[in-house]
Design a protein around this ligand. Structure first.
Ligand SMILES: Nc1ncnc2c1ncn2[C@@H]1O[C@H](COP(=O)(O)OP(=O)(O)O)[C@@H](O)[C@H]1O
Ligand SMILES: [Mg+2]
Length: 263
């Protein structure tokens, strides 16, 4: 009998120890997940800053090569000031996102946000044979952290531009008021996405742009869409894609309105 009671006690002790170990492992896992999250966010910040620095470098180079063109010099300086401000805001805002801090959302006119995004880009789309067709009602407002939503739009626009660089095409940006949400669509007539790739494209570091072997000849970081997905999640919205190879892609965002309790 005594040995049976001892066995039970020992089993209880054992169970208690395992439970403690389990708790310790869970909290270690939590800390590691937090670190991994910070790692991915750091890459994303670097990616977004790169998106903003490229046009600054392009314009500064053009201005240096054309020292008599005052307008160009002014444009280069304006672009540098605007994009540097944006880079500092997006860094702050991404760090807050990584910490899970609630961000200041506000009502903003979508068309104004979008015009500012085009103002930050490097090249005139027309020069690459890309027609831009914007269909956004003048007074349509979205409930968002402005700098974050602008970076989302910038990433979708840059991907669309890249896929049409070779053969030109049409970039259509539409938005509509859908009762509880505002819908935004960014559509291109580029290469489209293989069905097998569709599942992976929102994952961090997924890219099909591998330098010389990719049609654009570019090396991708695979962070643009992962960034978009995080930001839209933090807005309690949804992002999805419809695409067919050789026909193009449409990225769709649904952003809740504040009165649906998602501020
Ligand atoms: N508009 C698009 N047309 C075709 N493929 C796209 C488009 N947008 C994204 N993709 C695919 O999704 C992948 C991930 O995109 P992204 O996260 O922006 O990373 P990156 O552009 O650095 O590759 C791309 O490599 C590409 O395969
Ligand atoms: Mg990209």
């Amino acid at each position: 009998m005594a040995s049976f009671t001892e066995k039970r006690l020992s089993l209880h002790r054992n169970l208690g120890e395992r439970q403690q170990e389990n708790e310790a492992l869970k909290s270690q896992l939590g800390r590691l997940q937090h670190l991994a999250n910070i790692g991915v966010v750091s890459y994303m910040i670097a990616h977004e800053i790169n998106n903003l620095l490229t046009p600054v470098g392009t314009y500064a180079g053009l201005a240096l090569n054309n020292p008599d063109d005052e307008d160009l010099a002014k444009k280069a300086l304006e672009k540098a000031v605007r994009n540097c401000e944006r880079a500092s805001k997006i860094t702050e805002s991404m760090l807050a996102l990584a910490d899970g801090r609630e961000q200041q959302k506000k009502s903003c006119r979508l068309i104004t946000l979008l015009e500012e995004v085009f103002g930050c880009l490097a090249r005139d789309f027309g020069k690459d044979g890309i027609t831009v067709d914007i269909r956004i009602p003048e007074d349509l407002e979205v409930w968002a952290v402005p700098v974050q939503l602008q970076q989302v739009l910038m990433n979708l626009i840059l991907n669309a531009r890249e896929t049409m660089l070779q053969g030109g095409g049409i970039l259509t940006i539409k938005a509509m008021d859908n009762a509880d949400t505002v819908g935004i669509e960014v559509r291109d007539t580029g290469e489209g996405i293989e069905p097998a790739d569709l599942k992976g494209i929102f994952e961090p570091f997924f890219t099909t742009k591998r330098g010389d072997s990719s049609p654009s000849g570019r090396l991708g970081a695979g962070l643009g869409l992962a960034f978009c997905s995080r930001v839209i999640d933090a807005h309690h919205g949804a992002i999805s894609v419809e695409s067919r190879p050789a026909e193009g892609s449409t990225f769709k965002i649904a952003l809740p309105k504040p009165q649906s309790g998602n501020s």
